[in-house]
Design a protein around this ligand. Structure first.
Ligand code: SAM
Ligand code: SF4
Length: 431
C-alpha cells in the first residue's frame, strides 16, 4: 500500500511543480514514506533523516516530510526529537501535502497533520490523474481496519475501515489500463471487508473483469472472517482473477488465534480453503505467520508447522512477534528471544522445503506468463505466471504487456527460467 501511496503522492505534488528525482543531492523536498508494522521503524526514520542532514550539510536544507504510519504513530514526539523534520503527515492526510510543502518552502515550519480525513483525502486524489503505467499496478480500494488484532498497529495508524466508491475505483482502473497496465492488484488492509453501499468485493471483481485490455486481477490482503461465499463464487466465475489467494492465518493454533483476537478457529480457516479448492481446483494459497506470539507453547508452534504442511502454502511471510507500542499484546510476556529465533528458523526451513518441492515440480510444465519488462536492456524478459512466480525468458521480440505460454526449463529459489512455446510466440495467448 505504501508503494501505491508513494506513487499517488508523486501524482499529487506534480500540481505544485514538483517531480521525482533519482538523485538525492538535488532534491528540494525529501519525503520519507514509512511503515510501522514491525519494530525498528522509528529508528530507521531517524537514521535516514541523519543521512539526509549529512548530505545537505553545506547546501540549502531540503524540506523534509515524514509520511505514513510511523508519522501517524509518533506524532509531535518526532517533530520535537528531530528538528530537521518540517512536517509529519499521517496516511489519511495526504490531501494536505501540497499546502504543507508550499508553506515550508521559505520557512522552517513544524506541521503535524495526522487527522483521519480519509474521505477528504480520496476526494482530492480522485481529481488527480493516476499516472502509473506499470504493466502490473496497485489500486487501493479499502483502507483501515476495525478488527483490532491484539498485535497490530494498523487500526491505530490507518484508522477505521473505509471503502472507496465502486465508480471511483472502476474509473481509476480504466485509467491505469489506458496508461498501459494489464494487471491490477486491489489493495486494502482488509480488502475483502470492502463494502460500499452494499457493493462487496465480489461485485467489484465482476465489474473489473469486464474491463477491456485488463488481463489479470489480484487482491490483497484478505481476512478469513470476511471470506463469504459470493467471493468464493467470484473465484470460479471471474476468468481474470488469478488462482493464488493470500489468506493470512498467523498461527496454526486456535488458542493463539483467540489470544490474538482473530475471531476464527483453524477448523473454520480450513473450511474456507477446502471450499475454494472444491470450487476451483487450480487454486493455491500463500499466508502470513507470526511466530512466538506471547503464550505460544511448543505444542502451539507444532500446530503452525503442521498447518503449513497440510495446506502446502506456496509462499509465506513469517516474522517473530514484534511488540508494537500501544497495542494490547505489547504488554504480554514475550517468548524468550532464543526460542523465538529457533522456532522461526524451523518454520522457515519447512516453508522453504514446501516451496522448493512445488517449484521443482514446475520444471517441464507450461506456465501462462504476463511479461512486465525487459531486464537491463538485454533480450531477457521478466514476467509472472498466474501464481505470481517470477519467470525469465530470452526473446528478441518485445514481450512487454503480452501473455505467453512458457515451457519452464529450470528454477532457482526465486525465479523460473523458460522458453516461449513457439506456436504462441507471435500470437498472444488469451487469458
Ligand atoms: N489485515 C491482514 C490480516 O489480518 O491478515 C494483515 C495486514 S498486516 C498489515 C500484514 C502482516 O503483518 C500480518 O498478517 C502479520 O503477519 C504481520 N504483523 C502485523 N503486526 C505484527 C507484529 N506485531 N509482529 C509481527 N508481525 C506482525
Ligand atoms: Fe491488523 Fe489485519 Fe488484524 Fe486489522 S485484521 S488489526 S490489519 S492484522
Amino acid at each position: 500500500m505504501n508503494e501505491y501511496d508513494s506513487n499517488r503522492i508523486l501524482d499529487l505534488v506534480k500540481k505544485i511543480n514538483y517531480s521525482s528525482t533519482e538523485n538525492l543531492k538535488e532534491a528540494d523536498c525529501y519525503i520519507l514514506n514509512t511503515c510501522h508494522i514491525r519494530e525498528k521503524a522509528t529508528d530507521k526514520v531517524y537514521h535516514e533523516v541523519g543521512r539526509v542532514k549529512k548530505e545537505f550539510r553545506d547546501k540549502k536544507k531540503p524540506i523534509v516530510l515524514i509520511t505514513g504510519c510511523v508519522a501517524q504513530a509518533e506524532g509531535d514526539v518526532m517533530l520535537k526529537k528531530e528538528k530537521y523534520i518540517n512536517a509529519i503527515v499521517g496516511p489519511q492526510s495526504y490531501h494536505e501535502l501540497n499546502n504543507i510543502i508550499l508553506n515550508s518552502e521559505n520557512k522552517n515550519t513544524k506541521i503535524n497533520s495526522t487527522e483521519f480525513e480519509v474521505i477528504k483525502k480520496f476526494d482530492q486524489l480522485n481529481i488527480v490523474k493516476n499516472t502509473n503505467s506499470k504493466i502490473s499496478s496497485f489500486l487501493t480500494i479499502q483502507e483501515g481496519c476495525d478488527k483490532f488484532c491484539k498485535f497490530c498497529v494498523v487500526p491505530y495508524t490507518r484508522g477505521p475501515e473505509y471503502s472507496r466508491s465502486t465508480s471511483e475505483i472502476i474509473s481509476e482502473a480504466k485509467q491505469l489500463v489506458e496508461n498501459g497496465s494489464r494487471e491490477i492488484t486491489l489493495l486494502g488492509q482488509n480488502v475483502n471487508a470492502y463494502n460500499w453501499n452494499n457493493q462487496r468485493l465480489s461485485d467489484l471483481l465482476y465489474s473489473l473483469n469486464e474491463i477491456k485490455y485488463l488481463k489479470r486481477i489480484r487482491y490483497t490482503t484478505s481476512h478469513p472472517n470476511d471470506f463469504t461465499d459470493d467471493l468464493i463464487q467470484a473465484h470460479v466465475e471471474c476468468n481474470k482473477l488469478m488462482p493464488l489467494l493470500h489468506l493470512p492465518v498467523q498461527s496454526g493454533s486456535t488458542k493463539i488465534l483467540k489470544n490474538m483476537n482473530r475471531n476464527h478457529t483453524i477448523k473454520e480457516y480450513l473450511e474456507i480453503i477446502e471450499k475454494l479448492k472444491k470450487k476451483k481446483p487450480t487454486i493455491k494459497f500463500s499466508s502470513d505467520f507470526i511466530i512466538a506470539y506471547p503464550g505460544e507453547t511448543l505444542n502451539d508452534f507444532e500446530k503452525t508447522l503442521s498447518l503449513m504442511k497440510q495446506v502446502e502454502f506456496i509462499n509465506s511471510y513469517s516474522f517473530i512477534f514484534s511488540a508494537r507500542p500501544g497495542t494490547p499484546a505489547a504488554n504480554f510476556i514475550a517468548i524468550d528471544e532464543k526460542i523465538a529465533k529457533e522456532r522461526l528458523a524451523i518454520f522457515q526451513k519447512t516453508a522453504n522445503e514446501i516451496k522448493e518441492k512445488y517449484r521443482k515440480g514446475l520444471v517441464n510444465s507450461t506456465a501462462i506468463v504476463l511479461f512486465e519488462n525487459n531486464t537491463r536492456g538485454l533480450n531477457k524478459y521478466f514476467g509472472r505466471d498466474e501464481y505470481f512466480n517470477s519467470v525469465i525468458v530470452n526473446s528478441n521480440e518485445d514481450l512487454t504487456g503480452t501473455i505467453q505460454k512458457v515451457k519452464i526449463n529450470k528454477c532457482n529459489q526465486n525465479t523460473l527460467f523458460g522458453e516461449i512455446i513457439m506456436e504462441d510466440k507471435r500470437k498472444e495467448f488469451a487469458a
